[in-house]
Structure formats: C-alpha cells, structure tokens
Write a protein that binds this ligand. Structure first.
Ligand code: HEM
Length: 161
C-alpha cells in the first residue's frame, strides 16, 4: 500500500514536471522567438520561467522523496551503483543533477542572466542567449526522458545481467 501510493505520487509528479518542461521547450520558446521587441521577449519568458522554476523545485522534491521512500521500503538502495541497479542508478543520478540545478544554479545563474538581459535590452545578445537556453532545454528534456525510461526499465525491464 505504501509502495503503491509512493509509486503513484512518483509517476504523477514526473508527468506534470517533465510535461511542463516539454511544453516550455517545444511551445513557449518558438512563441517567444516570434516576439520582435527584445524587452517584451525577455519579460514574457521571465514571467513563465519565474513561475515554473518554484514549481519544478516542488516536483523535484516530491519525485525524490517518493523515490527515496520506495528505496528504503524495498531495500533496493543496496542496488545503487551495482550492475543490477544500473537503471535505478541512472535515474537517481539524473535526479541529483536536477536538484543541484534547481536549488543551486537556477536561482544564482539563470535568474541573474535574465535580470541582466532586461537591463541590457540588446537584441542580438538576447537572441543568442535565448538560442543557447533553448538548446539547454532540449538537452534537459532529453536527459529527463532518459531518467523516465530508466525508471520504466528498472520497474518492468528484464533483469539485465
Ligand atoms: C528525474 C528524476 C526521476 C524520474 C524522471 C523518474 C521516473 C520514474 C519512472 C517513469 C518510473 C517507472 C514507474 C513504473 O513504470 O512503474 C520510476 C520508478 C522508480 N523510481 Fe524514479 N524517477 C526519478 C527519480 C527517482 C529517484 C531520485 C529515486 C530514488 C531515490 C527513484 C526511485 C524509483 C523507484 C524505486 C522506482 C521503481 C518502482 C517500481 O519498481 O515499480 N526515482 N521512476
């Protein structure tokens, strides 16, 4: 019962979190590129990212806590960093990368970058930064899907070795 409840919370939080990331990457960025005025462009993105980032922190915490409870409940933590637990380890490491980014780097780096763009208001530079951020979002989306795929493989895949 506890395990099933945690698994349910785990998967639902993953859906909302990674779904939101996919939405920003695939729909918000292209919509933003169409805005001509540099300041409007930055403000539009800033409004969305500033709302999404605190939510992403909550999803990250919920996914991590539910995953951690499952690991303790089943004793599967002993599989971490073993061949049998390869997919589990991949999932956990990607989660750690996210936690570092969301709780450490995002407030320090991304927020400052956006704020300085608002001040500078230079079209060329802003477009270049947004293109870089778009690529970064695609990479993060891909990596997150690898984590989700690893979760499915760990839960349902055949024993590997
Ligand atoms: C980016 C982070 C993560 C994503 C996207 C993710 C995604 C998933 C997915 C899609 C499943 C498969 C569920 C199923 O098909 O039944 C799963 C299972 C699981 N996850 Fe994660 N997860 C993440 C982080 C974590 C963390 C940090 C832990 C542990 C501390 C964890 C522990 C587990 C466990 C134990 C299962 C297996 C449940 C079972 O055997 O049915 N996950 N995860």
């Amino acid at each position: 019962m506890l395990f099933t409840g945690m698994l349910l919370i785990h998967v639902l939080a993953v859906i909302v979190w990674i779904g939101g990331l996919a939405f920003i990457t695939m729909l918000i960025f292209p919509a933003m590129y169409r805005i001509q005025e540099p300041l409007q462009k930055v403000l539009f993105f800033q409004r969305i990212e500033h709302r999404f980032a605190p939510m992403a922190r909550i999803y990250n915490a919920v996914v991590g806590i539910s995953g951690f409870v499952m690991l303790v409940y089943t004793g599967w933590y002993s599989l971490l960093f073993t061949l049998d637990g390869l997919f589990l380890t991949i999932m956990v490491l990607i989660w750690v990368m996210w936690a570092v980014m969301l709780f450490g780097l995002e407030p320090l780096v991304i927020k400052k970058m956006l704020d300085s763009m608002v001040k500078k208001n230079e079209k060329m530079e802003i477009d270049a930064i947004f293109r870089r951020m778009n690529v970064m979002h695609w990479v993060l989306l891909f990596v997150s899907l690898v984590a989700a795929g690893s979760g499915v493989m760990f839960a349902h895949g055949p024993a590997l070795f």
